[in-house]
Write a protein that binds this ligand. Structure first.
Ligand code: SAH
Length: 223
């Protein structure tokens, strides 16, 4: 017998998470697998202490190193557009808090995620461990180059804004693979763009306006 009692899930947080799911449905997000994944990942674990109260509102929030965790509706929309299947290996560029990777990990066999700040990656790893998520590999690396050693990937999700269509990354997709990335200038609105590699051609679709922090080349020296 052990006298260690696991912490009770916070009932208020559960209610707020449930109302966030309702809100996502109202916004037209209907993909059941994606909503179910979002329902099992407590977003409050991924936001800084002082923003816990806002974790289940549909808004982006600041995280360490001057970066941002995306709004839940943006995470939901991007995840749905990625059409992730359970046998997939997904590459994410821009780990940030680790929240989007955790959602992908619920849907895919395996997730590899790249982050240029070691501090962010280490905090994200601690959160995945706390939640018992074991199918994510995080790497401190310049994601603008992708991860050729493990390519090709079934899906690639870029969660920082690329100035131009990321051809180097599209090349790391399997045939029929999908990449989603915000494309456009750093300090403005970007276009969320869908790319599907079909043999030697690439189908491209516009998914709407978004605002992301920029994809910066190179690994951060400090932090
Ligand atoms: N997906 C994250 C949010 C990403 S914010 C989440 O769920 O919280 C964008 C992230 O991309 C930041 O953490 C930023 O440091 C990272 N980033 C920017 N340029 C990068 C690059 N070249 N390689 C890897 N990560 C990069």
């Amino acid at each position: 017998m052990s006298d260690i009692v696991p912490p009770e899930p916070d009932p208020d947080a559960r209610i707020r998470l449930a109302s966030m799911i309702l809100k996502l449905r109202e916004l037209g997000i209907s993909n059941r697998r994606v909503l179910a994944a979002i329902e099992t990942v407590p977003r409050e674990v991924f936001v800084p202490e002082q923003y816990r109260g806002e974790a289940y509102l549909d808004r982006p929030l600041p995280i360490a190193c001057g970066q941002t965790i995306s709004a839940p509706s943006v995470v939901a929309m991007m995840t749905a557009a990625l059409e992730v299947e359970d046998r997939h290996h997904v590459l994410e560029i821009g780990t940030g808090s680790g929240y989007q990777a955790a959602i992908l990990a619920k849907l895919a066999r395996r997730v590899t995620t790249l982050e240029r700040y070691r501090t962010l990656l280490e905090s994200a790893e601690a959160r995945w461990q706390e939640l018992g998520i074991t199918n994510i590999t995080g790497v401190v690396s310049d994601g603008s180059k992708g991860w050729p050693a493990q390519a090709p990937f079934d899906r690639i999700l870029v969660t920082a804004a690329a100035a131009a269509a990321p051809a180097k990354l599209v090349a790391q997709l399997v045939d029929g693979g999908i990449l989603i990335a915000p494309v456009g200038p750093a300090d403005s609105v970007q276009r969320l763009t869908f790319f599907r590699k079909e043999g030697t051609t690439v189908e491209t679709r516009d998914l709407g306006a978004v605002r992301f922090v920029p994809l910066v080349e190179g690994v951060a020296r400090n932090l």
